[in-house]
Design a protein around this ligand. Structure first.
Ligand code: AOF
Ligand code: ZN
Length: 354
């Protein structure tokens, strides 16, 4: 199962709208075949592994309950049975209503021995994006924050490059690659003219680039506009986005998605629901401070990744998170530390919503 999980991890950011699943076939203590869900979501992991070996009498280790539905690919539960697999060991259940226990039932009906809940916490963790999309209708959200020790992201004059070192920035690119999309607010798109792509890692599949811009006031001659045909750009807009801007961005190759407005800004719930409806399972939010505050205040951040550099910028520096309207501690979303690590001269910490 640990091997199946590591296979599944390798597919993160590459299989949406489907989960990245790992499958290992074993017989007499020997590994016969292994596979993960293919890029784009098909074929499924089990089908990939079964293609590589005669699996009769084998045990299949799968991170997610095998699917029960016949779609563009056959049902994995049926395929495992057809191949004569004797035993299936499952990490976590698949909440997709087409499966949700029906995969296990099919296996058992075929006389296969089934064991569930093996390394379940790890399996749920690698499948978190898909689980969140199916059960909550939105993608799993990771918020990245990079700041000085005193939580500043720029000096008072706006200088921000670079607060963290090259190793931390490289880690950010690695994290972008394990998400389906990278998301920023319009302010960041205007201030930084970011490319939001994964660079320097030899990765061939880029995450979708998502910008929230109520008025669609993202520079039309910027990097995103210039490259929208190479790597997808999706802009979440409000009703006041004007016709000319819409036409410009559509012509440039961007996809515009209309969202609801709440308290004068794009409703974060409606934005994430729209992204979930498009099939995204894992979104990596890189700010800015206003979007970070909105998402945090709405309780829509599942995981925080913080990079902290060893310098202090003082109270006049720009804070990394905007106003959240928190009056009482109990109103603030609480996170628990799951990992802490030195990355070059900086600290990286990963926090999970409690
Ligand atoms: C598996 N193994 O590797 C994956 C599964 O649209 P389809 O037909 O490809 O089915 C997608 C559904 O299959 C998806 O919603 C989820 O329930 C399941 N994903 N299942 O047995 C896999 N990726
Ligand atoms: Zn399947």
């Amino acid at each position: 199962m640990a091997l199946a999980l590591s296979l599944a991890r390798q597919g993160l950011g590459r299989t949406w709208p489907n989960p990245s699943v790992g499958c290992v076939l074993v017989r007499d203590g020997r590994i016969l075949a292994r596979a993960r869900t293919a890029d784009g979501g098909r074929p499924h992991a089990e089908v990939g592994a079964l293609a590589g070996a005669d699996a009769s009498g084998a045990t299949a280790y799968v991170t997610l309950e095998p699917c029960a539905h016949v779609g563009e690919t056959p049902a994995c539960a049926d395929e495992l049975a057809k191949a004569g697999v004797a035993r299936v060991v499952i990490g976590c259940g698949d909440p997709d209503p087409r499966t949700a226990g029906a995969g296990i039932a099919k296996l058992m009906a075929a006389g296969i021995e089934v064991e569930t809940g093996v390394m379940e916490a790890e399996a749920r963790d690698v499948t978190a994006g898909f689980l969140t999309r199916v059960t909550e209708g939105r993608p799993f959200v990771t918020l990245k924050l990079a700041s000085s020790v005193d939580g500043r992201i720029a000096t008072a004059t706006g200088e921000s490059q670079w607060i963290t070192g090259p190793a931390a920035r490289r880690m950010v690119h690695l994290m972008r690659a394990s998400h389906d999309a990278v998301m920023v607010g319009a302010g960041t798109a205007r201030a930084d003219d970011p490319s939001l792509t994964v660079r320097g890692l030899g990765i061939d599949r880029q995450p979708v680039r998502v910008v929230l811009s109520r008025r669609l006031d993202v520079p039309r001659d910027g990097t995103l506009a210039r490259t929208a045909r190479e790597v997808p750009v999706w802009i979440l807009v409000g009703p006041e986005a004007d016709k000319a801007a819409r036409a410009h961005w559509t012509d440039a190759g961007a996809t515009l998605i209309d969202c609801e407005i709440d308290h004068g800004q794009i409703s974060p719930e409606s934005a994430l629901a729209a992204l979930g409806a498009q099939g995204l399972t894992r979104v990596f939010c890189e700010g800015g401070g206003a979007l970070a505050a909105t998402l945090l205040a709405a309780g829509l951040v599942d995981q925080l990744v913080t990079f902290t550099a060893g310098l202090a910028l003082g109270a006049e520096g720009l804070p990394m998170i905007g106003a959240m309207g928190v009056d009482r501690l109990a109103e603030a979303p609480r996170y628990a530390l799951t990992e802490t690590r030195a990355i070059g001269p900086d600290a990286m910490q990963i926090w999970r919503r409690t």
